[in-house]
Design a protein around this ligand. Sequence first.
Ligand code: GLU
Length: 281
Amino acid sequence: MRTRFAPSPTGYLHLGHAYSAMLAHDMADAAGGEFLLRIEDTDRARVRPEYEAAIHEDLRWLGLDWPEPVLRQSDHLDRYEAMLDRLAAMDLCYPCRCTRGDIRAALSAPQEGAGPDGPVYPGTCRARPMAERAPGDAIRLDMTRALARTGDVTRLTFRETGPQHAGLQRLDPDRLLSEVGDVVLARRDIGAAAYHLAVVTDDALQGITHVIRGTDLFEATFLHRLLQALLGLPTPLYHHHRLIRDEHGKRLAKRDDARAIRTYRDAGATPDDIRRMVGLV
Ligand code: GLU
């Protein structure tokens, strides 16, 4: 068994991260397995080196350990580009120059259930060929073509062991079209891989057998399963855990410094106090 905690260094880790990391660590430990740390830092605009250093420091303070060296996604952008090239060679991608504002304007009515990346892309750039890719374009997955290429999508499944959705999960092509749609695979700002492509690449490359993460990523897993099928990557087991919420029931956010692990530490809390706070004792 090999698990991982894969934070993005875009803020200080909070209680929710502590829970996720400790749970993944404990589950690996209990099975005599291995726990990895991975730094998901492809969002160059939001990543800061002090946050990355703080991740190591906070997790060590919590009593976690992991093998070095730690994989940093920004060191392997060529790897994600190669995956993108494979999808492009299957004719499943197109360049997109829409801004968020363009997308909002093109959506006639606000959508109800937004997908894993927000509103489903209206398809404005879908007919553009990859040969037209210009600097500053994002690259999107053409979901219709991806589904056609996959054939009978309903035979694709993943095993979920988390408390909310435990059981075998089956992909539903209609939901992938209406709720996920043409997601971004590579960003417009720097051309780096977006989260979805990088995460499936590295989970496979690092031989992750159990992905343990928050239930906020449950919907994204259907997309990840599809990408695994298209790219011929193995599918790990998934465990989406509950989210840690504040006293108003709101899930914690990175800007919520009051709940940062280091704030508690500075106030004299111990790692065991943190475990108690998140219900892990
Ligand atoms: N890097 C992602 C985040 O910070 C989590 C990745 C994952 O667990 O799949 O939310």
